[in-house]
Design a protein around this ligand. Structure first.
Ligand SMILES: Cc1cc2nc3c(=O)[nH]c(=O)nc-3n(C[C@H](O)[C@H](O)[C@H](O)COP(=O)(O)OP(=O)(O)OC[C@H]3O[C@@H](n4cnc5c(N)ncnc54)[C@H](O)[C@@H]3O)c2cc1C
Length: 366
């Protein structure tokens, strides 16, 4: 099967590697001139790591990351955890994104990735799908996968009117900095005042990631560092987090990533006969549940498993579509509950409920 994947992000690259495993002749088209090497850290749960195990890179990913045993804190540093959940509901792996992306590009096959190649449309026919490239060329395939992120052009063509929408004034700031003498166990996740969350964690040997996020962040004034610092004060009370404030103050402006958070609305379908959406293109989520990437990797596993059943392309895509959309109805309900939680104790309870649900109902695709 000739498969074209639009987008060489985390999910496009994982999908490429997963589909090569079942014999697809894969081409990844990426508009950027290089596979993205920027980014801070990403928290991955065991349901994502299982797909990496299948690809033969699970151990390498585990070695490049740092296991995080998360606690919730209030702004005075008082820890909270919800009783009744097994400890794994709080455990994930924090992985440096640039290393992960590079490993995935190697696993997908660098020779299968065409950089500097922007897709501007496609035409779907009974027997093939044709990708239209910005340089005027056409690329024929049996299957086209839109892994082109939250502002997906493939989604726009498939489902006009499905543009991503800003998520309630939600903004996030992050950076990876050299590790200092901050608490080795980190401070994930502190719930502060004014709908602000933040903290820091070791992301790899000698490197710490700090992050701050706020719903209803209001007008952004000043430079990125000042904007982050202002919010960080909401998670720093009674001397707690003096080290977070110091870390942010010492971070060069250009090292700070600032994101306005966008969300993809629930979609009536993710696939047609020869086209499928995957990852953020299908379900761009708010990162306050820190699981968009993990669930995108899960998408790749489900798509691979359905295509491997040999029941025909249309049926495989239909099964993928219905399984994943049903799962994301639940994800959205959990995400709303976590967003509306009041304080560290309730946040811990709702987050544990989400991660327990996500892990205990993860599809078995291997
Ligand atoms: C602040 C923040 C923190 C997060 N933390 C976590 C976390 O801890 N854990 C977690 O699991 N998830 C997390 N996420 C979510 C996670 O980052 C995303 O879900 C994931 O990166 C999406 O990957 P993707 O490959 O679907 O999309 P993207 O990474 O957006 O990749 C899309 C690619 O498509 C390319 N592209 C777009 N249009 C075209 C075109 N027309 N032609 C060719 N190429 C095109 C783009 O250049 C890009 O390379 C976080 C997100 C944010 C914003």
């Amino acid at each position: 099967m000739r498969t074209v994947i639009v987008g060489a992000g985390l999910v496009g690259l994982t999908t490429a590697a997963s589909l090569r495993l079942i014999g697809h002749e894969v081409t990844v088209l990426e508009q950027a001139p290089r596979v993205r090497a920027a980014g801070a850290g990403i928290g991955l749960w065991d349901n994502a790591l299982r797909e990496f195990d299948l690809l033969g890179i699970g151990e390498r990913v585990r070695r490049m990351g740092t296991p995080v045993d998360a606690w919730f804190y209030d702004a005075a540093g008082r820890p909270a955890r919800a009783p009744g959940y097994d400890p794994d509901a709080y455990r994930f792996l924090m992985v440096p994104r640039p290393e992960l992306t590079n490993l995935l590009a190697d696993t997908a096959g660098r020779d299968r990735i065409r950089l500097g190649t922007r897709v501007i449309g496609f035409a779907e026919h009974d027997t093939q799908v044709v990708a239209h490239l910005a340089d005027g060329t056409r690329l024929r395939a049996d299957l086209l996968i839109g892994a082109d992120g939250v502002h997906s052009g493939v989604r726009a063509a498939l489902l006009p009117g499905s543009a991503a929408v800003p998520h309630g004034g939600h903004h996030a700031w992050r950076a990876v900095v050299p590790a200092g003498d901050e608490r080795p166990a980190g401070t994930m996740i502190t719930i502060g005042s004014a709908r602000t969350r933040g903290g820091y964690t070791r992301v790899a040997e000698g490197r710490t990631m700090w992050w701050v996020a706020q719903f209803d962040a209001g007008e952004l004034v000043g430079g990125k560092r000042d904007r982050a610092l202002r919010r960080a004060r909401n998670v720093a009370g009674s001397g707690w987090h003096a080290e977070l404030l110091a870390m942010i103050a010492a971070t060069p402006e250009e090292s700070i990533l600032e994101n306005r958070i966008m969300r993809v609305p629930g979609l009536p379908h993710w696939t047609t006969g020869r086209v499928a959406l995957i990852g953020d293109a299908a379900h761009g989520l708010s990162p306050h549940i820190a699981a968009g990437g993990t669930l995108g990797i899960e998408d790749a596993g489900v798509l691979r498993a359905e295509l491997a059943r040999g029941a025909g392309l249309a049926e495989a895509l239909a099964r993928y579509d219905s399984a994943r959309r049903a799962r994301f109805d639940q994800v959205r309900a959990h995400a709303a509950a976590v967003e509306q939680a009041n304080g560290a104790v309730e946040s811990a309870e709702r987050y544990a409920a989400f991660s327990h649900w996500m892990r205990s109902t993860a599809p078995t695709t291997y």
